[in-house]
Structure formats: structure tokens, C-alpha cells
Design a protein. Sequence first.
Length: 88
Amino acid sequence: MLVDLPPSVAASLKPGVDAGVYVNGVVDGAPAQKAGLLAGDILLKLDHVAMTAPEDVGNILVGKKPGDTVKVLFIRAGTTKSAYITLG
């Protein structure tokens, strides 16, 4: 489940990071969970496109099909990480 970045979380981001989408929860067995995403992660980019609102994710995925792989750049505990998600 994706939500707008809470102001308290946004205030804690490192300099140069001013937007993202907050992962409020991850469904067990879903592609995001299989890729290692966790609640509390902050999505920065999906397929090299900056994330500023939850609907950005859907806008990018609308052109994809099951089996496609997308790269996600995210922050967890202050560290920037990346993962690949194979769509279901």
C-alpha cells in the first residue's frame, strides 16, 4: 500500500531528496514483497522516473505486462537502495 510521503518522514530525508512515495504496507507474496520492499521504505524512482505521488506508480505500470521487470530506487533507514521487481 502506497501513500503520500508523511511530512514527518519528508523532514528526515537527506539533503537533495525532496520527494518520494511512502510504502505503508506490503502484501505477503506480492511482487514488491518478493523483491524485498518493506513497510517504511520510501520509493524515489521506478524505472528511472521520479516518484512524487502514489498514482505515479500506476501511471508507469500501466504500460507493463506480467513478467516485465522494473527497477525501483528507494530509501530504507537513511540508505539508498535498489531492487528489481518482476511484475505478477
